[in-house]
Write a protein that binds this ligand. Structure first.
Ligand SMILES: [Zn+2]
Length: 272
């Protein structure tokens, strides 16, 4: 009996030790796993906070539409008056945070866009936009209120964006808000106190952009029209006509001289 116990005790001890070891290993493993999870979480939150810092609460697309509207429906008239828009006016190019990046877009071909900063090329404009967001974030002019998209309400961006889709229902509250924003832009950018050009443009701005912010009546935005485009189609037709006209006369001249020749031949034959 004593010998049997003596033989069993080391065996039991060995198993206990094995169990302890397994437990310890498990503990370390779980500890390692949890520490890994903690560091993962740490890096994820760090990354998120970085992304959050990079996040710009201004739509590049809508800013671009607003910029195009200004170029098409306002600037030709401002240039006509040889008026200089002040940089305190939110329509001034300095107040568009995307302007520098947009000016560094190179449209090489239909499916080729190139970055003006680092010369990398992309298949579509949206990829170049992404590239700007990721690689050239530091070049964004994010301070102050330089989001042109914020002026979209006053400038009728949705009218341009949705021009092909069905008309949306007019909301009197938002129409009133946009009308107010529109008038404040007119006052700030074209102060009537600054002379005849400014007051003429102030009046123009109200008619061109602000009058249409109403739910009553059928007022359309950009009532005064836009930039005059030289129509390439008409230009091509006129050049073609000018080129074909001498050819046309030449054919007529040749056919008539041919006819005369034949008549002459007939007369000679008769005489003969
Ligand atoms: Zn680049």
């Amino acid at each position: 009996m004593g010998r049997a116990t003596a033989a069993v005790t080391p065996l039991v001890l060995f198993f206990i030790l094995l169990l302890l070891d397994a437990c310890l290993a498990g503990l370390i493993d779980s500890d390692r796993a949890s520490s890994a999870a903690t560091s993962d979480l740490f890096f994820r939150t760090l990354k998120q906070s970085e992304e959050h810092a990079n996040e710009v609460h201004c739509s590049r697309e809508r800013s671009r539409v607003a910029w195009e509207i200004i170029q098409e429906y306002l600037m030709p008239f401002v240039e006509q008056e040889t008026y200089q828009i002040s940089s305190t006016c939110r329509l001034h190019s300095e107040n568009d945070m995307f302007r520098d990046q947009e000016d560094h877009k190179i449209h090489v071909d239909v499916n080729e866009w190139s970055c003006g900063y680092c010369k990398k090329t992309f298949r579509a404009e949206k990829y170049l936009d992404k590239h700007f967001d990721n690689r050239h974030y530091n070049l964004l002019n994010v301070n102050d209120s330089k989001c042109l998209a914020d002026l979209c309400g006053a400038l009728h961006c949705d009218f341009i964006i949705n021009s092909k889709s069905a008309k949306t229902k007019c909301n009197p509250a938002s129409a009133a808000r946009n009308h107010h924003l529109c008038e404040s832009l007119a006052d700030k950018c074209f102060p009537v106190s600054q002379g005849t050009s400014a007051s003429r443009l102030h009046e123009f701005f109200l008619r061109q952009f602000c009058d249409a912010h109403t739910c009553t009546g059928n007022k359309k935005p950009f009532a005064k029209g836009g930039k005059k485009h030289t129509n390439i189609f008409y230009l091509a037709i006129s050049i073609l006509t000018l080129m074909l006209l001498p050819l046309f006369y030449l054919i007529i001249y040749l056919s008539q001289s041919d006819l005369k020749g034949k008549q002459e031949l007939k007369r000679i034959k008769k005489k003969g």
